[in-house]
Design a protein around this ligand. Structure first.
Ligand code: ATP
Ligand code: MG
Ligand code: MG
Ligand code: MG
Length: 563
């Protein structure tokens, strides 16, 4: 919307120095340029210019969601415990969930994501196949008690997300809703001017089957993605799995025998490795046939060596200490259970440079049995879901060496399937009069995070540098001088406004041109128009923020050029 914002009246305080606690570029610049202000760890206030950018991102997201027929709603952030208990996420979410009690002692949470509540909503509102498919979305504040809220709005504990949810009666319908989102996201991120890749991803806490992430390459990113230079394969390294290892007839992986006749005990293994038994227990990696098949680093749970041995006996097992892994032990947390690797989560450390890989893994899907022995009590048809992806490892699709890079997760789309519909018995009446279980998708965009991602990707050594559609203004008019310059600057601003442009005008009296230029470059509006030395002749200077190219023009020419 066309408007003139006068800096003489604007609440803005720019800073010359980086805030002491800021580690990433977007954090430094958004604070210095007066876009955001820290209120508590991971909790941010949006100031006038910041809010303009945030609203622009929101508008673009909204327009593209509306364009695929999604309906906007707004659900609460304060939520009752029961729905999240029904799906198990009240517990599963762990320390990341903000839990609270009301005055009567009833449990509540601050919503980290809303699958449960949307499922209940649709159960209440839709009863027939005729009511579906439906896609609902909201742009809403989310709460996650992040372990490392250190990167400014890139990782808030309170942040703005666009979350949408699709409801279909058939799998093909879900695939279609998913494809609609994928296409809408491509449009959104292109309009935002973000460089991004669509990467294969794991479903994580969401559950479900197919999932892809939209990753924006940036040094500050906390994800690592593998890109194939030869084919179109791209994946979050978390999601890369190589084919499972074959097993022999007894369901035991074919491995070289260790030079020990007995079931290896922790002592024999330690002796084999020439390490202290305790040391081995503390940090161990299990290799079968030269391949790492399990990792156990005590996190919330202890590694249970009896189970490891039961699982691998009588196969030979080689334990490798974490030293072989060069410090990556601090990135992994998990335990080895009856099925070998039962659970490993990973902690990505943002300080790790590009090219560093980490470890992830999963147990054999769906098989959760206690104290059983693989191959004896249940069938084993393969093992190794554990992968350590390194730069140059073979692309799972074509075999070419993979390239690794850091990136910011700006969006994530999931085919959830019937997990949530099952939890709430979400059925609609089908065409044949019988109830049909609904299948769902869920889709997120980090709206506030996108602002930081944009800052990361577009900033230069002078400051922020916004793409036109998200910039807080179209033109930054600078009055580089006294009364005459201020007068001309305000005049030009009105002319630009009449042409439908959004103008930020630096009409501050008593502020030197040097300070104004520095601020203009820091704030990052794409076009800068200066009323300076040649004001008396009606000549202004038009400057491109990104290229630095400048040109002297008559006011009318400059206005025509910008309109
Ligand atoms: P991350 O891996 O960065 O923690 P996530 O996978 O937990 O993100 P999702 O549950 O997939 O996040 O949420 C959807 C989107 O919300 C993410 O793709 C991301 O853009 C955004 N998002 C998630 N957590 C945060 C946060 N703490 N601050 C800002 N945006 C976030
Ligand atoms: Mg997360
Ligand atoms: Mg993620
Ligand atoms: Mg995600």
């Amino acid at each position: 919307m066309a408007q003139v914002t006068r800096m003489s009246k604007l609440m803005i305080k720019t800073l010359r120095d980086d805030p002491a606690d800021a580690e990433v570029l977007s954090h430094k610049l958004l604070v210095r340029a007066g876009y955001v202000r820290r209120t508590a760890a991971g909790v941010w206030s949006w100031l006038p210019l910041g809010l303009k950018v945030l609203s622009n991102v929101e508008r673009i997201v909204r327009e593209e969601m509306d364009a695929v027929g999604a309906q906007e709603v707004l659900l609460p952030a304060l939520l009752p415990k029961e729905p999240y208990e029904a799906t198990g996420r009240w517990e599963e979410y762990g320390a990341e969930l903000f839990r609270l009690k009301d005055r009567r002692g009833a449990d509540y949470l601050l919503g980290p994501t809303h699958e449960e509540i949307f499922t209940q909503l649709v159960k209440d509102q839709c009863s027939s196949y005729k009511d579906l498919p439906v896609i609902l979305y909201q742009i809403q504040t989310k709460y996650r008690d992040e372990a490392r809220p250190r990167a400014g709005v890139l990782r808030g504990r309170e942040f703005l997300m666009k979350d949408s949810y699709s409801f279909d009666t058939a799998d093909e319908g879900l695939a279609e809703s998913y494809a609609l989102h994928r296409a809408a996201y491509q449009k959104i991120f292109e309009r935002l001017g973000l460089d991004y890749r669509i990467c294969a991803a794991t479903a994580g806490a969401m559950g479900g089957s197919k999932s892809e992430e939209f990753l924006a390459p940036a040094a500050a990113g906390e994800d690592t993605f593998a890109d194939c230079p030869n084919c179109d394969y791209a994946a979050n390294t978390e999601a890369i799995t190589y084919p499972l290892k074959p097993v022999d007839a007894d369901g035991v992986p074919a491995v070289e025998e260790l030079d020990t006749p007995d079931t290896p005990t922790i002592e024999t293994l330690a002796a084999h490795l020439g390490v202290e038994a305790s040391e081995t227990l503390k940090n161990l990696l299990v290799k079968v046939d030269g391949e790492i098949v399990a990792i156990g680093v005590p996190g919330d749970r202890e590694v249970d060596m009896d189970k490891v041995e039961a699982h691998f006996a009588p196969a030979a097992v080689e334990l490798v200490t974490a030293e072989d892994f060069e410090g990556r032990d601090d990135l992994v947390r998990g335990y080895v259970g009856p099925q070998g690797l039962e659970k490993v989560t990973y902690l990505a450390d943002p300080r790790i440079a590009p090219g560093t890989s980490w470890i992830t893994g999963a147990n054999k899907e769906g098989k959760h049995a206690k104290n059983v022995v693989a191959g004896r009590d249940f069938e084993v048809d393969g093992y190794v879901d554990v992968v350590v992806v390194q730069e140059g490892d073979p692309c799972p699709s074509c075999g070419t060496g993979l390239k690794l890079d850091r990136a910011i997760e700006i969006g994530h789309i999931f085919q959830l399937g019937r997990k949530y519909a099952d939890a709430f018995q979400l059925d609609v009446l089908g065409q044949n009069g019988k109830p049909v279980r609904v299948t769902m998708g869920s889709y997120g965009i980090g709206v506030s995070r996108a602002v930081a991602a944009l800052a990361e990707q577009s900033a230069d050594d002078k400051g922020l540098c916004w793409a036109a559609e998200v910039a807080p203004a179209d033109v930054h008019v600078v009055a580089a001088g006294k009364a005459a310059q201020i007068e001309l600057a305000l005049e030009v601003s009105e002319l630009l406004k009449e042409k439908g442009l959004r103008v930020l005008v630096d009409d501050r009296a008593g502020v030197s041109p040097g300070v104004k230029f520095t601020d203009a470059e820091l704030i990052g509006v794409p076009k800068i128009l200066v009323a300076g030395r040649r004001t008396a002749e009606g000549i202004v200077e038009l400057k491109d923020r990104r290229t630095g190219e400048r040109e002297e023009l008559l006011v009318a020419e400059a206005v025509a050029r910008l309109a």
